[in-house]
Design a protein around this ligand. Structure first.
Ligand code: XCC
Ligand code: SF4
Length: 638
């Protein structure tokens, strides 16, 4: 290749540390296919106003952009107002996404029937949750109960009075802090609507009030929407248990029909699993000349599937285009969120069918096959059939499945983590007894702390670099890492979710615990809505010790965050009293006040704040220093 082309290729390959991705970026170049990596080259200079959050287009007089020459928008909004409004809107966007996902799951619970496509997989969990939500399970048929719980949960989205019922899962001291600051979320939809209203032109223009509102809205994400999503997904599809899987694009199978599921809601993906396992589908695959069907997942759908079925993880957010570029994918089936519209164009270069299924995420150029929960299995069969029949169109000369994959153990729900530490899998977490081993290793300092390293890939950092750097540094120093979302995929792809690798990567204390109780040093907690599992575990531990969540030696980290969902997550994690570390600066630096509050004074209100450092090594050090500073107080209380 001529020099210029080599330079361009190298620049693109430097944007990821994943070797499979590097190989496929090269293939994309050869195939003449544009990817995110190519487009990024065209974005050398990103808009400074946008980066700082000081561009407002909340009304038609704008856009207004704050600069020394124009310190106020036409309406007089200053940088603090504009940054505050933009931040609050990001939180509302993220809360809406997670919660609308949860709403679909909740409706699905209402559709369960004995023997139907959707059934109750965890009757005991349902009963316990029903009781918690104030529904008496006594004497009720399990499906009658499921439908009643569905109705009660739906009310959490739009009830006219009161605050989220799920706040009661938190320690009492935490609940008091929320009451005091006034961030107990009311109905989920109401919090989102309030933010949209207050950020309309001519409404809220006070940074403290805007941040407050952003927090209350995000709390509805964590302590209502996401928590309902996780709980009801477990009830419907089963509580995840530790299971073996493989990760990275080599999981695509050359002789099989390859179906990739991408997006978020298990309502669709679970049905695709069911459909693809039917003998008629397996037979059809053989008829078209394939050996069988390989399902794999990308993004959070990948996480949901792998933790419940051990289905392989094809890749993360930044590998979605590259997956199609392998030329070995018969269908990429998507529902909602984190789906590049670019997939439509990428798919035109290969035989891959890019199948959209949700009215909420229709994409020009895709094959739209609408999925309805009411006719779930039939719809899923139609979609899977479409994928299988596409096998004959595969062009062998365009196929290149890259070499690498890693093994991983995934699927640690709260029950599994606590149970595993007791050497009993899937115990009910109900007393100090079952939590004691977890608390003991933390209190003794054998494990220094627990850090949730979660979230996306961001093209502002090389894909996976921050995740892996931070995770490795933490486990090396005896901090247990729990992870969700695309962070979890990064860990799975790189061998960090194997107990066998604990001795290699983890410090002595953590490695010993891993050996003793058979856990990997980085624990797969699920998808991004499953960050609510972190809230749950922290609450259980804090309750058992009669402490506040803020007293625990724990931290949150989103090293490569990019979505509005991630901002909402970060905000509710801070609101829950957990110090939160970001590897990419959010668009708030245009307002000194916003930075002061979010990275400082909010701590006086909720006991934690944001910390940002775009140097991953330094961020890992910051996290450890922060936890070490908490330890004396924790040990004293304990
Ligand atoms: Fe999307 Fe949930 Fe981020 Fe990955 S981690 S890029 S939000 S898929 Ni959720
Ligand atoms: Fe400009 Fe104010 Fe309109 Fe924003 S709301 S675009 S700052 S006039």
């Amino acid at each position: 290749m001529e020099k210029k082309k080599v330079d361009v290729l190298e620049q693109m390959q430097n944007m990821t540390i994943d070797l499979n991705s590097k190989a496929l970026i090269e293939k994309a170049e050869k195939d003449g296919v544009e990817t995110m990596y190519k487009r990024k080259l065209g974005y050398k200079v990103q808009c400074g106003f946008g980066l700082q959050g000081v561009c407002c287009r909340n009304c038609g007089m704008g856009p207004c952009r704050i600069s020394p020459k124009t310190p106020r928008g036409l309406c007089g909004a200053d940088e603090h107002t504009i940054v505050g409004r933009n931040y609050a809107r990001m939180c509302a966007g993220g809360t809406a996404a997670h919660s609308d996902h949860a709403r679909d799951i909740t409706h699905t619970l209402g559709l369960t029937t004995p023997g139907g496509a959707y059934q109750v997989a965890e009757p005991e969990k349902l009963k316990e949750f029903a009781q918690f939500m104030g529904v008496d399970p006594e004497g009720k048929d399990i499906y009658e109960l499921a439908h009643e719980v569905s109705e009660v949960c739906l009310m959490e989205f739009g009830k006219p009075h009161g605050v989220s019922k799920l706040l009661a899962r938190a320690p009492k001291v935490r609940q008091d802090i929320w009451k005091e600051y006034g961030i107990e979320p009311r109905a989920i939809d109401r919090e989102i609507a309030t933010v949209m209203h207050s950020t309309h032109i001519g409404c809220c223009a006070d940074i403290d009030a805007l941040v407050h509102m952003a927090f209350r809205c995000s709390m509805a994400d964590g302590w209502a929407g996401s928590m309902i999503g996780t709980m009801l997904s477990d009830i419907l599809f089963g509580t995840p248990k530790p299971v073996h899987t493989e990760a990275n694009l080599n999981v695509l199978d050359g002789n099989n029909v390859n179906i990739i599921l991408h997006g978020h809601e298990p309502t669709l993906s679970e049905m695709i699993v069911l459909a693809s396992e039917l003998p008629e589908m397996q037979d059809l695959a053989k008829e078209v000349g394939a050996d069988g069907i390989t399902l794999s997942g990308i993004c959070c759908t990948g996480n949901e599937l792998t933790m419940r079925h051990g289905i392989k993880i094809a890749g993360d957010f930044h590998q979605q285009e590259l997956a199609i570029i392998t030329g070995a994918v018969e269908a990429m089936i998507v529902d909602v969120q984190c789906i590049f519209p670019a997939l439509a164009e990428v798919a035109t270069h290969y035989h891959t069918k890019f199948i959209t299924t949700s009215p909420k995420a229709q994409i020009t150029g895709s094959t739209y096959m609408e999925f309805h929960e009411e006719t779930a299995l039939e719809d899923a069969k139609t979609i899977v059939r479409e994928a299988i029949l596409n096998f004959k169109n595969r062009d062998a000369s365009k196929v290149m499945v890259p070499e690498l994959k890693s093994e991983a153990m995934v699927g640690y729900a709260e029950e599994a983590i606590v149970g595993q530490l007791n050497n009993v899998v899937n115990t009910q977490i109900d007393d100090m007894n079952t939590l004691k081993p977890l608390i003991d290793v933390l209190a003794s300092g054998v494990i220094r702390g627990v850090v949730g390293v979660v979230g996306c890939n961001n093209a502002r950092t090389p894909s996976n670099y921050n995740h892996l750097t931070i995770m490795k540094e933490l486990i090396k120093n005896d901090y247990l890492v729990v992870t969700t979302g695309c962070g979890a995929s990064a860990a799975a792809k790189n061998g960090l979710m194997l107990k066998e690798n604990a001795a290699k990567y983890a410090g002595k204390g953590l490695a010993t615990v891993c050996q003793l109780v058979d856990i990997p040093p980085v624990i797969h907690l699920g998808s991004c809505v499953d960050n609510s599992r972190i809230l749950n575990i922290c609450s259980l531990v804090a309750n058992a010790l009669d402490m506040d969540i803020a007293d625990l030696p724990v931290a949150g980290c989103a090293p490569e965050w990019m979505s509005e969902k991630a901002i909402a997550i970060g905000t509710y994690v801070v609101g829950s009293g957990i110090e939160t570390f970001l590897g990419v600066m959010p668009p708030v630096t245009g307002s000194s006040r916003a930075v002061e509050i979010l990275c400082g004074s909010i701590k006086d209100k909720v006991g934690a704040c944001f910390h940002v450092n775009e140097d991953a090594e330094a961020l890992a050090q910051d996290i450890m220093a922060c936890i070490e500073a908490k330890r004396p107080h924790f040990e004293e209380l304990y």
